[in-house]
Ligand binder design. Structure first.
Ligand SMILES: CC(C)(COP(=O)(O)OP(=O)(O)OC[C@H]1O[C@@H](n2cnc3c(N)ncnc32)[C@H](O)[C@@H]1OP(=O)(O)O)[C@@H](O)C(=O)NCCC(=O)NCCS
Length: 169
């Protein structure tokens, strides 16, 4: 990968360029307002890949807490709920077509892995269209394993979802 590429925290002023990459990569659309809300969440992790001042890629993920000791979900007290695990969910990643297959995706994912280690996250989850072989290969190359399939999960166009996870990193 070119040393000129920088991975930086996503800022509000980056959102419109990120949404252009959504369009170019034909990813499911988030609105500007969705994104703004997302990057303001304390547990949201968002990075852009930039060459000079041009955004050529992005990644959006969230740290999510799981709890146990739940007699019933309706008895929510401090004593009964205990955080047992932090996990991460990757919502989307995209790289401008002219920059694909150049290590940018790997660099964006690496920042997520760093953040997950710092936060002691145990697992990283994601969901991907089964027909999106480019992305499936990318995740497999990065040691994500297929866990299960959600049949007919997507519309426009219809597709199955593969749920993949990375359990050791
Ligand atoms: C998936 C995506 C983010 C990968 O980003 P990238 O910068 O091109 O990926 P990298 O260059 O870091 O590739 C890392 C590895 O992934 C695999 N990979 C990436 N693109 C691939 C392709 N087109 N075909 C097969 N394997 C591929 C390869 O193993 C590659 O390593 P290698 O080049 O040494 O063989 C990019 O293709 C993309 O933006 N796709 C469109 C958006 C999308 O589908 N996002 C996923 C939504 S869940």
């Amino acid at each position: 990968m070119s040393s000129k590429i920088k991975i930086l925290k996503m800022r509000e002023s980056d959102i419109s360029d990120v949404l252009k990459i959504y369009e170019e990569c034909n990813l499911s659309r988030w609105t500007y307002a969705d994104y703004l809300k997302e990057i303001r969440l304390v547990n949201s992790i968002n990075y852009t890949a930039k060459i000079a001042e041009q955004i050529i890629g992005f990644i959006t993920a969230r740290l999510i807490m799981s709890q146990n000791n739940i007699p019933t979900l309706y008895q929510e007290t401090k004593e009964k709920f205990k955080v047992i695990e932090v996990e991460c969910e990757i919502y989307n990643i995209g790289v401008r077509k002219f920059s694909q297959r150049n290590g940018v995706g790997n660099s964006l994912l690496f920042e997520i892995l760093k953040k997950c280690k710092q936060s002691n996250a145990k697992k990283i989850w994601l969901e991907v269209r089964q027909s999106n072989q480019k992305a499936v290969n990318f995740y497999k190359k990065n040691n994500f394993k297929e866990k299960y399939r959600r049949p007919n999960f997507y519309n426009n166009p219809p597709d199955h979802a593969l749920v993949m996870s990375l359990d050791k990193f």
